[in-house]
Write a protein that binds this ligand. Structure first.
Ligand SMILES: *Cc1c(COP(=O)(O)O)cnc(C)c1O
Length: 434
C-alpha cells in the first residue's frame, strides 16, 4: 500500500480529532505504518521524529520491546474483567505502586484524561455533600488551564477555541490569574509574579469559599496554554490557601506526571500533597487509554457508609483494564530499572547545551525548560504559523505541532543525543526560514 491510496480511504472513513476536516484538502494526513523508538514511519519510506510524544503520551518510544513483552504476556492471562465486584493482579499492583509513589491511596480508574477530571470534580463535590456541605458545588481553575473536553471537564478548561461554542452546555466556573511567568511585568521575577497570583486566588476564595468545592490546576506547566511554566511557590501558596478556606486542591498531572517536569509528579517539587491527583497520558507509556485519580483517606472515608448512595457510584466500562494496567506496570519497571528520573536530568542538561544557538536566535522569545519539556515563542509569527511550521517540520523528518506561535519539544525520554541535534538543527532552520 502507498501513502496515497491509504489517504483516500482514511479521509472517507475517519473523522479526526481537533481538526477542521476541510483543511485536509490542502494539508495531507500523515499515514503511519509503524513506529520504533522516537521514529514514526510512513508507507513510502519516510520517517518522522516524534518530538511531541504523540500528544504527550509516549515516554519510552514506540513499540518499546519491554512494554511489548509485558503486554504479550498479559494477553495470554487476562485481557479485561469488569472492576465492579471483581479484581485482578495488574490493577492491585498498579494501585499499590502509584500509592507508594504519590503518598495518596484509593486509586479510582477512568478511561482517559477527561474522565479523570470528571471523577475528581464529582468526588470533590460528593465529598462535601457527604460531609454536610452541599452548598460547595463550584470549581475554580486557572486562566488558560486545560483539563479535557467532555462537558464537565470543558467547564473548568479555559481555552476559548475549544470552549466558546459549547458555552451554553457548560457549568459556570471561575478562573483566577495564571502564574505563567510569561505574564509577569518586566523586572518581576517568576516567584514574585506567582505570589501576586496567589494573592488573587486568596482574594477569590475569601469571597467564594462557602460555595467552592475545589481548585483544579496543572502543576508547574500549563500544557495546552502553550507550555506556560510557573514557579513552584504558587503551588505551596495554593495548598495553604485551599487548606485555610476548606477547598480541595486537584492536581491535574495528566500531562506533567510521570517525570515530565523532572520529578515523578510535578507537585512534588513544591513539597505539597494535593487532595486529588489525576493521572493519564504517560501512565501507559502511550500504549493504551487509562487514567487514575488518587485521593486521601479523609476523602475515601467520607464515602464509606451503609448507605449505597453515599458511595461513589461512577463507572466506565473499561475501568482498570488489565492490559492497560499491565502496560503501566511495565512503564514503572522501566522508571526503576533505568533510573529514568536521574538519567533524564543528564539528558536535559545535554539538550540545553545543544539548544544554545536556538535559544540565542533573534526571533526566539521566552525560551524555557522544565524537565523533559522545552518551549519558546517565535517573534513576528505570520498567520497560519503553526500549520506552516508543522509542514516544514515534516519536510525535515520532524513531527512538531506548535500551539499558536509557541514551538515546543516534549520528546520521548529515549531520544538520544544525535536525535536531539537533528531536532534542534531542523527547528533552527525552520525558525530562520518562516
Ligand atoms: C490531555 C489533557 C487532559 C485530557 O486528557 P484526554 O485523555 O485527552 O481526555 C486533561 N488535562 C490535561 C492537563 C491534559 O494535558
Amino acid at each position: 500500500m502507498s501513502n496515497q491510496e491509504f489517504l483516500h480511504r482514511s479521509l472517507a472513513a475517519v473523522w479526526h480529532p481537533c481538526t477542521q476536516m476541510k483543511q485536509h484538502e490542502t494539508l495531507p494526513l500523515v499515514p503511519i505504518a509503524r513506529g520504533e523508538g522516537v521514529w514514526l514511519h510512513d508507507f513510502d519510506g519516510n520517517r518522522y521524529l516524534d518530538a511531541v510524544s504523540s500528544w504527550w503520551v509516549n515516554l519510552f518510544g514506540h513499540c518499546n520491546p519491554r512494554i511489548n513483552a509485558a503486554l504479550k504476556d498479559q494477553l495470554d492471562q487476562l485481557e479485561h474483567v469488569m472492576l465492579a465486584g471483581f479484581t485482578h493482579q495488574p490493577v492491585v499492583e498498579l494501585s499499590e505502586r502509584l500509592s507508594c509513589l504519590s503518598g495518596l491511596g484509593h486509586c479510582f480508574y477512568g478511561s482517559d484524561g477527561a474522565s479523570a477530571t470528571e471523577i475528581a470534580l464529582k468526588m470533590s463535590f460528593h465529598y462535601w455533600r457527604n460531609s454536610g456541605r452541599p452548598e460547595k458545588t463550584r470549581f475554580v481553575s486557572l486562566q488558560n488551564g486545560y483539563h479535557g473536553e467532555t462537558v464537565g471537564a470543558l467547564s473548568v478548561t479555559d481555552v476559548a477555541l475549544f470552549k466558546d461554542v459549547y458555552a451554553p452546555l457548560l457549568r459556570e466556573s471561575a478562573q483566577v490569574p495564571t502564574p505563567d511567568w510569561r505574564n509577569a511585568e518586566s523586572g518581576e521575577s517568576a516567584r514574585d509574579y506567582a505570589l501576586r497570583c496567589a494573592a488573587a486566588l486568596r482574594a477569590h476564595l475569601e469571597r467564594h469559599h462557602q460555595e467552592t468545592a475545589a481548585l483544579i490546576l496543572e502543576p508547574l506547566v500549563q500544557g495546552a496554554a502553550g507550555m506556560g511554566m510557573y514557579d513552584a511557590e504558587y503551588l505551596r501558596q495554593a495548598r495553604a490557601i485551599c487548606d485555610e478556606f476548606e477547598v480541595h486542591l486537584i492536581a491535574d498531572e495528566i500531562a506533567v506526571g510521570f517525570g515530565r517536569t523532572g520529578t515523578m509528579f510535578a507537585h512534588q517539587q513544591a513539597g505539597i500533597r494535593p487532595d486529588f491527583l489525576c493521572l493519564s497520558k504517560g501512565i501507559t507509556g502511550g500504549y493504551l487509554p487509562l487514567s487514575a485519580v488518587l485521593t486521601t483517606d479523609v476523602v475515601y472515608q467520607a464515602f464509606y457508609h451503609d448507605d449505597t448512595a453515599r458511595g461513589f457510584l461512577h463507572s466506565h466500562s473499561y475501568t482498570g483494564n488489565a492490559l492497560a494496567c499491565r502496560a503501566a506496570l511495565a512503564v514503572l519497571d522501566i522508571f526503576e530499572q533505568d533510573e529514568v528520573i536521574a538519567a533524564n536530568r543528564v539528558k536535559a542538561t545535554s539538550f540545553n547545551t545543544i539548544a544554545v544557538p536556538l535559544k540565542a536566535h533573534p526571533r526566539v522569545r521566552n525560551f524555557r525548560h522544565s524537565g523533559m519539556i522545552w518551549a519558546f515563542e517565535v517573534a513576528d509569527a505570520a498567520p497560519g504559523f503553526a500549520r506552516a511550521f508543522f509542514e516544514e517540520g515534516l519536510k525535515r523528518s520532524l513531527l512538531l505541532r506548535p500551539i499558536g506561535s509557541t514551538v515546543y519539544f516534549m520528546p520521548p525520554y529515549v531520544i538520544n543525543e544525535e536525535e536531539i541535534r537533528m531536532l534542534v538543527a531542523g527547528t533552527l532552520e525552520i525558525v530562520e526560514g518562516l
